[in-house]
Design a protein around this ligand. Structure first.
Ligand SMILES: [Zn+2]
Length: 134
């Protein structure tokens, strides 16, 4: 008497064998459930040879996985906000209106020179500071 292999509960790749399938075809077939939830009938030899290890959803899965990778992170194309075109002078928007902040880098440290109502003032102070710290 031939020993019958019971594959119930066995896992073959993404396929989990649920039960033996009835088939008029030659060979032994098993009902298997894929990790994606799809159920299918698989020939026993295909399972054992690992010719079939999923319902075939892998291609779909691959495209889904690839999609987020293709998504390019938005580049911060916004121009440096507050840029006045003058080094060390930054435009700032306050509730009271637009102000201009002047800064200067002294020995690697950022020194705040003040906040001014006009760009001209800020530039003037920045220039003074440049002369002072040079
Ligand atoms: Zn599947």
């Amino acid at each position: 008497m031939k020993k019958r292999i019971d594959l119930t509960g066995r896992q073959f790749g993404d396929l989990m064998v649920i039960s033996k399938a009835d088939s008029k075809e030659k060979g032994r077939f098993w009902n298997a459930r894929c990790t994606c939830g799809k159920e299918m009938v698989v020939r026993q030899s295909d399972l054992k040879n690992q010719r079939i290890t999923s319902c075939g959803h892998e291609e779909n899965k691959a495209t889904v996985v690839a999609a987020p990778k293709a998504k390019v992170e938005k580049k911060k194309a916004t121009p440096a906000s507050g840029s006045t075109g003058y080094v060390g002078v930054k435009q700032v928007e306050l509730k009271s209106g637009t102000r201009y902040k002047a800064n200067i880098s002294v020995q690697g440290k950022n020194k705040h020179l003040g906040t001014f109502d006009t760009l001209e003032e800020a530039i003037a102070v920045r220039k003074e500071a440049e002369a002072l710290y040079r």
